[in-house]
Design a protein around this ligand. Structure first.
Ligand SMILES: Cc1ncc(COP(=O)(O)O)c(C=O)c1O
Length: 393
């Protein structure tokens, strides 16, 4: 099959770009002797997880047990959930323990005790890491709290848990306003973890693993000392937000949404068939505000198709070449099935039937919306099942 036979909207994964992204991150982790354990949230695909493991990743991360179940079915042998899963799911964890090496985070003494009790009742032990809040203020223990070492020690002593170490996620880096601020956040994350690890070890609590991971600060985080593991997710595809945070170039973005112009109500307004059901309502983040719902890519020679005839090049219908954003086009509004696109200079040559590709603001959420994406190599496409998408428990 070729891209020309696709119905739109369709999610395209440029295979060469995705593989290049994986190779680069793996090389950066290898150079520092840090184990790479990618978060699968961005691709939700056992096929892509296998690409990562074949390149040296030690396993993957998921957020939800339903995702872990899909990856375990696909024989992924080491799965970590850096998510505070609810002990009401103990039966599912116990079932998974026989099928994959499973670990997850705890950050609350009561929840940790519930997990330990459930495991003890089942005659099992489960690997856990204590989540540390390094500035995102989502979950995690406060490393500055007076009782932080005591908390770690108490969790490590629970009989049903096998304490592996500490884990953080610098999600606040998505809100950095500058390269320098982002760099500082990465420095702080590492410093806070090193400090807590030191205090735990001084108190006789063995910390074997120190796991960090996020794509925006990766270029700085992988220069830090003290991490044993890094867990980036978005880096496989990147997106408009990562470009705006300096984590990727436009040419690194591997996931695009192929869309068709379905109406042109005015010379300065066209409608694409990719609404919030495909692009999602997520806004872009980055050092400077970026309005709208993605970057519209056109062929270097003009529109991509016209009346069914494909036109030339760029990061256009084929997977190769350099992306050519059409800065005149602002995707200013999404309804579920419509993207309302305004031509900023008052006119656009796009006509109904023409196709564009859109780099979304946030690629992870796009993956979660489709059962199937398309792997693109040149003009050829093959289906890529997003097997772990839609798993909410
Ligand atoms: C706990 C945790 N670890 C790692 C990641 C990967 O972050 P990123 O997608 O920025 O690479 C995420 C992303 O949400 C996360 O929540």
């Amino acid at each position: 099959m070729t891209i020309h036979s696709l119905r739109t909207p369709a999610v395209l994964i440029d295979k060469a770009r995705a593989i290049r992204n994986l190779d680069r991150m793996q090389a950066a982790a290898d150079a520092r002797g840090v184990r790479l354990r990618p978060h699968s949230k961005t691709h939700k695909s056992p096929v892509v997880a296998r690409w990562q493991i074949d390149r040296g990743a030690v396993g993957i991360c998921c957020a939800k047990l339903g995702e872990a179940e899909v990856f375990a079915d696909a024989s992924i042998a080491d799965i970590r959930l850096p998510y505070p899963i609810n002990p009401s799911n103990a039966d599912r964890v116990i079932a998974l323990l026989g099928r994959t090496r499973l670990s997850f985070i705890v950050d609350h003494p009561v929840v940790a005790k519930q997990w330990s009790d459930a495991m003890t009742r089942a005659g099992k032990k489960v690997d856990v890491l204590v989540k540390v809040d390094v500035g995102f203020h989502r979950c995690g223990i406060d490393p500055f709290a007076r009782d932080s070492v005591e908390m770690v020690r108490a969790i490590a002593a629970l009989p049903g848990l096998n304490f592996r170490g500490l884990l953080s996620h610098a999600g606040h880096t998505y809100h950095a306003h500058s390269e320098a601020e982002l760099h500082g956040m990465a420095d702080n994350e590492a410093a806070r973890l090193r400090d807590l690890v030191g205090r735990c070890r001084d108190a006789g609590v063995p910390v074997e693993e120190v796991s960090a991971g996020a794509t925006p600060p990766a270029r700085f985080s992988l220069q830090q000392d003290g991490f044993t593991e890094f867990r980036p997710g978005n880096y496989v595809y990147f997106d408009r937000t990562q470009v705006a945070l300096g984590a990727a170039a436009l040419d690194d973005c591997a996931l695009t949404v192929l869309a068709t112009v379905v109406s042109k109500p005015a010379k300065d307004r066209v409608i694409f068939d990719s609404g919030s059901k495909t692009l999602t309502n997520d806004g872009a983040r980055g050092f400077t505000p970026a309005p709208g719902y993605g970057i519209v890519l056109r062929g270097s020679g003009g529109q991509l198709t016209s009346g069914g005839q494909s036109l030339s090049g760029g990061h256009s219908l084929s997977g190769n070449g350099v992306p050519v954003p059409d800065d005149n086009l602002l995707i200013e509004r999404l309804s579920e099935e419509h993207a309302t696109v305004r031509a900023l200079n008052g006119t656009t040559d796009l006509e109904p039937g023409d196709q564009v590709r859109i780099i979304p603001n946030h690629s992870c959420v796009v993956s979660n919306l489709v059962d199937q994406a398309w792997l693109l190599e040149g003009d050829r496409i093959e289906p890529l099942e997003i097997a772990a998408r839609g798993q909410i428990t």
